[in-house]
Design a protein. Structure first.
Length: 376
């Protein structure tokens, strides 16, 4: 099985929450029988935001909302195999989508349905089909220790055989682990060759003659201002090649360049865009902005669910934020700095909105704040 990584779904298995629940298909049929209104696609969304919304809705088990968003997305992007595959998971019965033969795995802490589908089925985006196969209503809410049926496809069979061979080798070496892990490569530095391949024939390439960091920084600022983010990323690659330490100003320019380019290519090149969001997140964390770093790691994971590095960093940063700000908020609350405590608990809930303990503390702080105002 996979090691502890972040997940496509915002909430990985934690050991809290409800059981797997009833089938999403049964609930949808019940809603239709009760005359529930059919959802409509949200107006004004860009194609990229629309498909991300569809994925997020599937993570929560809202298949009918996801279905109309995917159908709307396919009107503007009819050749999207990703959208077609997601839609197929919704409309195809699980018994037809996967073979009846299966094996069972136990969900470890931090794992999710998407981890299992990536590892055993080769596609993290099949999380909804696997949830249906297991009668799971909400793929984002699954307990640690839950037993998940994995269909024995040809791909899954080959993965199991490979896992068994690796486990046997480790056992022979006397180092049998309690759980297996998947190595996650560090994000690669941007190279000039990569940038030229990504930027397209019409973009400007990196100058042949070396330029000073000051000149490159000035050109980077100009490219960002003009919105030529393909050139911005090329210039950023040149700055990286000089191995100079980035000051706060260059960090801001670099993050703007990466965000701008990633936003422009996210629909057509999601893997490349996710890599840029990931690098921007690294720079934000380097700059001490852990909240923005988390947002970018999550954006990278949402854009390319197969990006294991983004998923892992999202989970790690989420836990760091929860631990840090919950501790600081608790101290502030005990010292009657109520507003500060609320603000810090808000940060925790921003990255972990399902954290019921923190939500309860925040509610208590709000009630105390109101009582103190009444006394004054």
């Amino acid at each position: 099985m996979l090691g502890v990584t972040a997940t496509l779904c915002a909430c990985a298995a934690t050991g809290n929450g409800s059981n797997n629940g009833q089938s999403a298909t049964n609930n949808q049929a019940s809603g239709q029988a009760n005359g529930a209104a059919q959802p409509l696609p949200e107006p004004g969304l860009t194609p990229r935001k629309r498909i991300l919304k569809a994925i997020q809705q599937l993570e929560q088990g809202n298949s009918q909302v996801a279905k109309v968003e995917l159908e709307e997305y396919l009107i503007s992007t009819p050749d999207s195999q990703r959208a077609k595959h997601l839609l197929k998971q919704i409309v195809t019965p699980a018994s037809e989508f996967y073979p009846a033969e299966f094996f069972t795995v136990k969900l470890a802490f931090g794992q999710s349905i998407s981890n299992l589908t990536q590892h055993y089925l080769g596609n993290a985006l099949e999380f909804y089909a696997l949830a249906k196969y297991n009668g799971i209503e909400n793929p984002s809410r699954i307990n640690t220790g839950s037993k998940i049926k994995v269909p024995l496809t040809a791909y899954a069979k080959s993965v199991r055989e490979k896992d068994s061979q690796q486990a046997a080798q480790k056992e022979q070496q006397g180092n049998t682990p309690e759980s297996e892990s998947v190595a996650v490569p560090a994000p690669e530095a941007i190279s000039a060759e990569t940038v030229e391949a990504q930027s397209g024939a019409g973009s400007l390439s990196i100058p042949e003659e070396p330029e000073t960091p000051e000149v490159l920084q000035a050109r980077l600022a100009e490219a960002n201002q003009s919105g030529d983010f393909a050139l911005s990323v090329s210039l950023l690659a040149s700055l990286n090649s000089l191995d100079v330490e980035f000051d706060d100003n260059v960090l801001q320019l670099a993050m703007q360049a990466l965000d701008g380019r990633a936003n422009a290519i996210a629909d057509d090149e999601p893997a490349t865009a996710a890599s840029m969001y990931l690098q921007a997140g690294d720079l934000m964390q380097q700059n001490g902005d852990d909240i923005s770093a988390f947002d970018h790691y999550k954006l990278a994971a949402d854009t390319d669910p197969a990006n294991a590095s983004a998923q892992q960093k999202m989970m790690q940063t989420q836990q760091q934020i929860v631990d840090k700000y919950h501790r600081e908020a608790s101290i502030a609350f005990r010292q009657q700095r109520i507003e500060e405590a609320i603000d810090k608990w808000d940060l925790v809930l921003h990255v972990d909105p399902s954290n019921t303990n923190v939500s309860a503390y925040r509610t208590q702080a709000l009630e105390l704040q109101q009582r103190l105002k009444a006394i004054k």
